[in-house]
Design a protein around this ligand. Sequence first.
Ligand SMILES: Nc1ncnc2c1ncn2[C@@H]1O[C@H](COP(=O)(O)OP(=O)(O)OP(=O)(O)O)[C@@H](O)[C@H]1O
Ligand SMILES: [Mg+2]
Length: 286
Amino acid sequence: MSIVCIANQKGGVGKTTTAVNLAAGLARRGQRVLLLDLDIQGSATAMLGAARDAAAATVAECLVQERPILDVVQPTSTDGLKLAPAGERLAVVDIALASAMAREQVLKRCLASALPHFDHVIVDTAPYLGLLTMNALVAADHVLVPVSCEYLPILGLKLFGETLARIRATLGAPCEVLGYLLTMYDQREKITVEIEEILRRNFGAAVFPHPIRINTRHKAAPSHRKTIFEYEGEGGRGRRDYEQLTDDVLARMGVRAEQSFARLLDDAEPRAAAPARRRKTARAAR
Ligand SMILES: Nc1ncnc2c1ncn2[C@@H]1O[C@H](COP(=O)(O)OP(=O)(O)OP(=O)(O)O)[C@@H](O)[C@H]1O
Ligand SMILES: [Mg+2]
């Protein structure tokens, strides 16, 4: 079970497109996936074509009333992919959360009972580092950071990295960077080549090996309320890119799981070895 937060405080870098298509890609591999829409704009909710019932409870009500997210989960047209929809009231949740107990942990508490029902929770976030995004980062095991191949988005990455470090240090949240993902990638553009070079120089292997190429189908699919897998034909570029990302994400999560297991063994070792060391020290003292 893993919670992946898709975040970057820069707007329009491909967060929602990545959240929806990665979630669909994982579900197409037979995984049980929940896409949680934590953006006031509700773009992921609109993209997955959820029937909008203004009176129905959404993630917003769950957070304000500390109700289980499971209460508002809906099916989508993709088998195995469920949606926890954003609602208009998300706009005021930041204010409501400000006075909540352990206000950065509210989402984590609301999500707890849903976790056994899913293999992955993908959280789409808004383009600012407010309390809602903070809640998503605190709840997450991993963060995936889409970066569009433009100059301005990379300027904000330093602030984003500092915010993550602060969350880890002060709130004890794991939220490890699963990877930086180049989006709207066009190899013919000089700026694309430059941005890729800067990103790979600064973040090395943390940058996903395969970018998401620029593709007008990604612009069109949301208006048809379809994922790229539903919108583009077999073998389409956009579809192949998100298939590839699904592979890369699963591979990285596998490696991380192995690393945490190894860390667990490392942590256990000194405790197991301690009595032997103590015996040795005692013998030396005699
Ligand atoms: N690879 C791509 N090629 C072309 N257009 C894309 C690509 N990925 C996303 N887009 C388009 O770019 C726009 C912004 O993408 P998206 O909504 O995913 O970004 P976002 O980071 O979620 O934005 P916001 O910060 O406003 O939530 C949308 O119109 C989307 O359809
Ligand atoms: Mg978005």
